[in-house]
Design a protein around this ligand. Sequence first.
Ligand SMILES: N[C@@H](CCC(=O)N[C@@H](CS)C(=O)NCC(=O)O)C(=O)O
Length: 208
Amino acid sequence: VILYDHPASANCLKARVLLRQLGLPFELVTVDFFVGATRRPEHLARNPDGRVPVLELDSGEQIPESGAILLHLGEGTPLLPAAGLGRTRVYQWLFFEQNQVEAGLAVARFMALTGRDKTMPEVFADRLAKGRGALQALARGLADERPFIAGDEYSVADIALHAYVHCGADAGADPREHEAVAAWLARVEATPGFVNDLAPIPASGLVT
Ligand SMILES: N[C@@H](CCC(=O)N[C@@H](CS)C(=O)NCC(=O)O)C(=O)O
């Protein structure tokens, strides 16, 4: 398989973590969104929404959206429960990740690390508040003392949430202020084969 990727994207990190934990061989192709490469025709043909990650299967089929990639690769593995309430819990947290964590914390972090917090302070404050709310919700979700977010077993929902939660302090929202979140992050990072190779945002991403 090919992963159309960017090393500084935590949405892409989700797919890299799962591919490695499943021991699947893959080729990484960087699509540099800092120079507009995600919006060129060849990438829009892979993903109508013009973003990474996109997973290309050996059949040539292409799968955009980090959550869809996790679900596709997780099928039939211990990281995705069989259909039923267990799987529904995984969906619950995957949708939460996209609506609250990705749209709040991830955007606030990107803005803070690229100087857009200064050029668009009201947008930044809004996204940061949303991100802080997401961390509080996650802490409540972990308060039942089960080890992982969807229950007793590590799942693709943990991989999805880890991506932008673990680096929330970059946005000014430290996830480790919540004891339950800190302990969960440590458990996720200790799962076999977990590699966090999220790269720093390149200088070309900074607003001048
Ligand atoms: N909902 C998508 C979001 C993907 C996304 O926002 N990707 C960013 C990088 S983290 C991107 O490709 N941005 C470039 C662009 O918008 O052109 C997912 O979860 O995969």
